[in-house]
Design a protein around this ligand. Structure first.
Ligand code: TYD
Length: 129
């Protein structure tokens, strides 16, 4: 189920520390990590769904919107802190937009990259749901 997940935040005078462990804070083992950065103003990323891949998205720096569609309804999440993230299960249509300057989107994925995992046509996605 789509959900925001609070991450551990270890507060320290020397600076804060947060963390993610596979199969602990997030319900899958981490098979891949990628990040999106240097996004020009007004640009968007995504606009696709994955057949089997679960993901977890964190705004490590800056902010952006994640717009999700589960086949029934659309929901918008504004991410702007590195101590929580958004769990995006497989078969969720997703789009990232409204990136602030110098924002950094970290994405943890349950599978390695495979182009065949992508559903890039929204109507096809709705038919798959
Ligand atoms: P894509 O997932 O379409 O980007 P976004 O959803 O952020 O708009 O990927 C963009 C390109 O990068 C595409 O050609 C595939 C490649 N890519 C990889 O080779 N490995 C990966 O792990 C990812 C996420 C993308």
């Amino acid at each position: 189920m789509i959900r925001l997940v609070n991450l551990p935040k270890i507060v320290d005078d020397r600076g804060n520390l947060s963390l993610i462990e596979g199969d602990n804070q997030i319900p899958f083992e981490i098979e891949r990590v990628y990040w999106i950065y240097d996004v020009p103003g007004g640009e968007f990323r995504g606009s696709h769904a994955f057949k089997e891949t679960d993901e977890f998205i964190v705004a490590i720096s800056g902010s952006f919107d994640v717009i999700l569609h589960d086949g029934k309804e659309e929901k918008k999440f504004y991410l702007n802190r590195s101590y929580y993230g958004l769990y995006v299960p497989k078969l969720t249509w997703r789009r990232l937009e409204n990136f602030s300057t110098n924002s950094l989107a970290l994405v943890l994925a349950s599978k390695r990259y495979d182009e065949k995992e992508y559903i890039r046509d929204f109507n096809q996605f709705l038919n798959n749901i």
